[in-house]
Ligand binder design. Structure first.
Ligand SMILES: NC(=O)c1ccc[n+]([C@@H]2O[C@H](COP(=O)([O-])OP(=O)(O)OC[C@H]3O[C@@H](n4cnc5c(N)ncnc54)[C@H](O)[C@@H]3O)[C@@H](O)[C@H]2O)c1
Length: 201
């Protein structure tokens, strides 16, 4: 607040880290300490930021807060490990604090559930390249890029979205509403054609 000379108009939470993902430790073999660290860094940090800003009354009226999430909060995706649990907690914190901030400060809080995106954190996910390819084929509009994610966040920081709060907003080219696409099924079928797997007999 000293640096900006007043209250904040918006805050973006963009932090994620799982020791299990980083060290390739499977979900069923995690330690209690590793899981706590995942939740602490990836989800509880959001609570701390919001709680601190609340105590300091640091966000202007009609301000906006966004945290970045992923569809693994709702659906299990192989390799995403305990980050799925962390994202579920992150989205829940957005709703819990969204109520308090809306009621007391006229500030909105949302999460943006973004397509898989090649970044340092993303690339740590086991089988990440295949995940990107799969969701590209499954999404009618294709994966959303990092730049497109930034554009969407800007729209949520603008006054044009001032009554949107406590939402998890999918920014994923339609992936989260799909069951199976033609593009994905063609690739799936090709994998049988190219091998002599039993399933193809
Ligand atoms: N990359 C994807 O596919 C994808 C998809 C959906 C959501 N997200 C989310 O987007 C957000 C940003 O991740 P990214 O993909 O841009 O990767 P990134 O590696 O660029 O960003 C992760 C950030 O977390 C920070 N961080 C890690 N541990 C920290 C700690 N202990 N204290 C403070 N900061 C810490 C890192 O410094 C880094 O800036 C994360 O919440 C991630 O889960 C990513």
């Amino acid at each position: 607040m000293n640096i900006f000379g007043g209250k904040f108009d918006f805050i973006l939470h963009s932090i994620g880290m799982s020791p299990n993902v980083r060290k390739d430790i499977p979900y069923e073999q995690t330690s209690y300490e590793n899981m706590l660290k995942t939740f602490d860094i990836s989800a509880l940090s959001f609570h701390r930021v919001l709680q601190t800003a609340y105590k300091l009354d640091a966000i202007d009226e009609w301000g906006s807060v966004v945290a970045l999430s992923y569809v693994a909060a709702q659906r299990t995706l192989s390799g995403y490990n305990d980050m799925g649990d962390a994202k579920a907690l992150l989205e829940s914190i957005a709703r819990s604090f969204g109520y308090i901030y809306g009621r007391d400060r006229r500030v909105r809080i949302n999460t943006v559930s973004q397509s898989p995106t090649p970044t340092t954190a993303g690339s740590g996910i086991h089988g990440f390249d295949s995940l990107i390819d799969f969701s590209e084929r499954m999404s009618p509009l294709g994966n959303a890029s990092a730049e497109e994610c930034a554009d969407y966040c800007v729209s949520l920081f603008s006054d044009l979205t001032k009554k949107v709060t406590m939402q998890n907003l999918f920014h994923d080219g339609g992936f989260s509403s799909m069951g199976m696409s033609l593009k994905a099924i063609e690739q799936y079928q090709k994998s049988f054609d190219e091998c002599d797997c039993k399933e193809n007999e």
